[in-house]
Design a protein around this ligand. Structure first.
Ligand code: SF4
Ligand code: SF4
Length: 373
């Protein structure tokens, strides 16, 4: 069966290989087929000449999803869109997923989360004592990482919103945002998930969603509007709401000593351009010395978190390099706005003196304002 890859996107690449040395997968693995340009050349050859779907090529398309290649590509190739379309196409024409990824997607379909071992009914435990209304104009999207791994995180978001006098509800029938399905090229699963979430939110009267997860935010804000006709829910990351409050003078902070740097999440930063809000917040904390990493904003290096789905050791190796950048800077701590980045960076920093901290936690500890009780 002929594979229908987007020829324009493939032709757009000038094979300059400029992206290669920025790609975390290539930097770790070193083979041409792990570089963005190499994969594009292989896809071109496949489209033009080959008959059988190349299983190896399909597997190499499962990368860190960091978008570094897209940001620096002089030809503007939308690389990760190309990867998604190619994966979906190769899977439709005879390619197969690895056993591990198939297990993750099967579990997701059954339990509404990619975290194998966690069951659907455990998702809402974090909210049990919070008495959040199930129908509300503004709802928190706790996501899988928040619901299952770090239940303190959505609770912190709720606490913060209460302190800022923003009424927030929680629709307990939420399922995974679908990022894993999109990344895996599982269009059928992705469309089923986003329809389910969208219908559930509409039924509950939600027109604003707040999330503290960079991955959920990226998926809801970037992909849902493209795939759901007349999508009419506003998606906010907590950092945007909090930065507005800081910039309006509503939210101020107690002082904190120490030097801190900031890690830009790929899904918040390169995907959606949210660079300034966390910096506005961090630099408003009296006494805190903020030091930028040499690789920051659009040049930020990935934490490698997503790679853990296919290769935990590779994920750790990428994450340790990011941690080493902060250690070399000589700071006391590493702040991040994404709970997935927090998970990988804190694991990779376990043998260092570096404190890895979520911005939501820092804000909740230090917040003071006329609105805060
Ligand atoms: S994707 Fe962009 S940077 Fe990479 S080889 Fe192609 S044109 Fe060059
Ligand atoms: S998105 Fe990141 S990991 Fe994937 S090919 Fe581009 S630079 Fe490499």
């Amino acid at each position: 069966m002929k594979v229908d890859l987007n020829t324009d996107m493939l032709r757009q690449c000038g094979s300059c290989n400029y992206c290669r040395d920025f790609c975390p997968m290539y930097k770790e693995l070193g083979s041409e087929l792990d570089s963005p340009g190499g994969k594009i050349r292989a896809l071109r050859a496949y489209r033009e000449k080959m008959r059988k779907p190349p299983q190896e090529l399909l597997e190499r398309l499962y990368c860190a999803d960091c978008r570094r290649c897209e940001t620096i590509c002089p030809a503007g190739v939308p690389v990760t869109t190309l990867w998604h379309d190619a994966k979906a196409n190769l899977l439709r024409t005879g390619g197969t997923r690895t056993e591990g990824l198939t297990k993750v997607l099967d579990w997701l379909k059954q339990e509404g989360t990619p975290f194998v071992g966690f069951e659907a009914e455990e998702r809402t435990v974090w909210a049990e004592d919070l008495e959040l209304p199930p129908e509300s104009n503004t709802a928190i999207f706790s996501g899988c990482m928040g619901s299952f791994w770090y239940p303190d995180q959505p609770e912190m978001v709720v606490d913060m919103m209460k302190k800022l006098k923003i009424n927030v509800g929680y629709v307990p029938s939420e399922v995974c945002c679908g990022l894993m399905n999109y990344w895996a090229g599982d269009d059928e699963g992705f469309d089923a998930i986003l329809q389910k979430n969208y219908e559930m939110f509409k039924k509950a009267g939600v027109d604003h969603i707040i999330t503290g997860c960079g991955g959920c935010f990226g998926t809801l804000a970037e992909h849902y509007p493209h795939r759901i006709k007349d999508f009419d829910i506003q998606i906010h990351h907590t950092v945007e709401v909090q930065a507005d409050m800081v910039n309006n003078g509503v939210l101020t902070f107690k002082g904190k000593e120490g030097s801190y740097t900031f890690h830009d999440s790929c899904h918040l930063g390169r995907a959606l351009g949210i660079y300034q809000p966390p910096r506005d917040i961090i630099t408003a904390i009296p006494g805190l010395e903020f030091v930028e990493l040499p690789n920051n904003k659009e040049n930020s290096n990935c934490c490698g978190g997503f790679v853990s789905v296919i290769d935990p050791e590779l994920s750790e190796s990428i994450g340790q390099k990011r941690v080493a950048e902060a250690v070399e800077l000589g700071v006391d701590g590493f702040i991040t706005t994404c709970i997935s980045c927090f998970k990988n960076l804190s694991y990779c920093a376990r043998d260092t003196d570096l404190e890895v901290i979520q911005l939501d936690e820092l804000i909740l500890d230090l917040a003071q304002s006329s609105l805060v009780e």
